[in-house]
Write a protein that binds this ligand. Structure first.
Ligand code: MG
Ligand code: MG
Length: 250
């Protein structure tokens, strides 16, 4: 069952999304060589708390952080740690969720740490482009495969790997609701309706599609150790333009 959101649901969801955007605004400021991912986690937690929201990730299936902090070849679910110190040339994907008024906003962004290689720069730019290509298709009357296909086309144009095991998802009262959204065409003709909210989140790799999970049972990395980027917004299908929930409110 896909849950259509009411006007009141959307209001609260939008507020949760705004708080998530505030966290990212702050992350953009503080990501620099020398900071640890545990420090980033504490800063994110502070922003969420100041805005009277709940860090959705903390305790989710036992996850110990408010953010997922995934560096370079790490794709998703990196655990914040005092031992992981950012250094010049790294890229870091920060994924964060905030719950406000019972609704969840979910958004991820990949940041450059100081000066990075052209190869990594392009990976970030293209993954962000893939996200917006997907968002463009989040329209009532389209099907899920339209979003998946738009993301896949951007990745294929550049010959990037597409992570297969993880993807987008419905979001609302819980972080993960139906439907699951693949980042490549699978022939899913589930109709998108007004009031659907989906977290769209391409994860693209410089190398192969394959990923492995570390011994900590969380951190997902590319099998070939090449860099990965992750961009995500929570998006509402309206009767008109797609509406991004996880951006700052004017
Ligand atoms: Mg996320
Ligand atoms: Mg998500």
């Amino acid at each position: 069952m896909i849950n259509r959101k009411s006007k009141d649901d959307i209001k609260r969801l939008r507020h949760a999304g705004h708080i998530v955007a505030l966290v990212h605004q702050k992350m953009k400021e503080v990501v620099e060589p020398g900071i640890s991912t545990l420090e980033l986690d504490a800063i994110a937690r502070q922003v969420i708390k100041e805005n009277r929201a709940i860090p959705t990730f903390f305790g989710y299936h036992g996850f110990p952080g408010a953010i997922c902090a995934s560096i370079n070849e790490q794709v998703v679910h990196g655990i914040p740690s005092a031992d992981v110190i950012l250094k010049e040339g790294d890229i870091i994907s920060i994924d964060v969720g905030a719950t406000y008024g019972g609704f969840v906003g979910d958004s991820a962004w990949t940041y450059a740490v100081g000066k990075i290689s052209e190869e990594k720069q392009k990976l970030m730019k293209v993954t962000e482009e893939a996200l917006y290509a997907g968002i463009e298709k989040m329209r009532a009357g389209n099907v899920l495969d339209d979003i998946s296909g738009a993301i896949e086309a951007v990745a294929q144009r550049e010959g990037y790997g597409i992570v297969r095991q993880y993807g987008g998802h419905g979001v609302g009262r819980s972080m993960h609701e139906e439907p699951f959204l693949y980042n490549y065409r699978v022939g899913d003709h589930t109709l998108i309706k007004q009031g659907y909210v989906i977290a769209i989140e391409p994860m693209l790799n410089l190398g192969c599609d394959e990923v492995v999970v570390a011994d900590d049972e969380w951190t997902v990395s590319t099998a070939d150790k090449k860099a990965s980027a992750h961009f995500e917004h929570t998006v509402l299908a309206t009767d008109g333009e797609p509406m991004i929930m996880t951006k700052l409110m004017e």
